[in-house]
Design a protein around this ligand. Structure first.
Ligand code: ZN
Length: 246
């Protein structure tokens, strides 16, 4: 089966709609979402309405989802992130809030695992170094393990039997093989707020039969999203950064 893989949508409806359209056209029949569905952006309800309508959804919660639910201390969030949490709490529907509340921290399927940050600390750890990958390898059973949180499209692959780790950022269109019986972590990048200096929405397609992952980048109307963020009274920084992919 083909799975659309998304993460860190962050209430960016334009970006998410573009991604869903692209991945559906590529044949996605199931969906994997690594959390942070809300926060930062101005359209939590339209995003959740689209997400909840997708078939075979395997979604976990992220730290921003937990913050909106009042289940995470946001004192260490920066000012803009805190403002967005408060905005989301004031605008999200009761039904969408109830749906968010049911999201698990981790999902394990026979052909993949899903968490937000890292397998050993799903809510908080940014998995970005080879050392962290090594340390996390005993915390998941099925590969690939899909993660989000850093907003950086990248992959780590354990080359057995020498335990050499192949890793690096993922480029648009790049296809990576997912050999069986090896440890692999894949971050599809962020749909709604990419931070790799590339403003296009980042996402991927996982083929669990051919065992490949393909990275996609999708152009969307950044200016329209910026206008909505400003109209919602959210901090200017949250609008500006989208144009730079930071
Ligand atoms: Zn995020």
């Amino acid at each position: 089966m083909l799975w659309g893989v998304v993460s860190d949508i962050h209430s960016n409806h334009e970006a998410f709609s573009g991604v869903v359209e692209r991945l559906k056209a590529q044949g996605a029949e199931g969906w994997i979402c690594c959390g942070d569905i809300v926060g930062y952006g101005s359209e939590p309800n339209p995003v959740l309405d689209v997400l909840r309508g997708l078939p075979n959804m395997r979604a976990v919660r992220g730290n921003h989802d937990l913050a909106v639910l009042g289940r995470m201390d946001i004192s260490w969030f920066n000012e803009a992130a805190r403002a967005a949490v408060e905005f989301t709490q004031s605008t999200i529907s009761a039904e969408n809030m109830a749906w968010l509340k049911e999201l698990p921290p981790r999902i394990e399927e026979p052909t993949f695992t899903v968490v937000h940050g890292s397998p050993r600390n799903p809510a908080e750890e940014y998995l970005v170094t080879v050392q962290q990958f090594h340390d996390n390898c005993t915390y998941f059973k099925t590969s690939p393990c899909f993660v989000g949180h850093s907003h950086l499209p990248m992959a780590f692959l354990m080359k057995e039997p020498v335990s050499y780790v192949d890793h690096g950022p993922l480029a648009p269109g790049q296809v990576i093989p997912i050999p069986k019986a090896t440890r692999i972590v894949v971050n599809p990048g962020s749909v709604g707020q990419p931070r790799d200096h590339e403003p296009r929405a980042s996402c991927g397609l996982y083929d669990d039969e051919k065992r490949t992952f393909t990275l996609h980048r999708v152009k969307y109307d950044v200016e329209a999203v910026q206008a909505k963020i400003r109209a919602a009274g959210l901090p200017e920084f949250l609008a500006m950064r989208l144009a730079y992919g930071q």
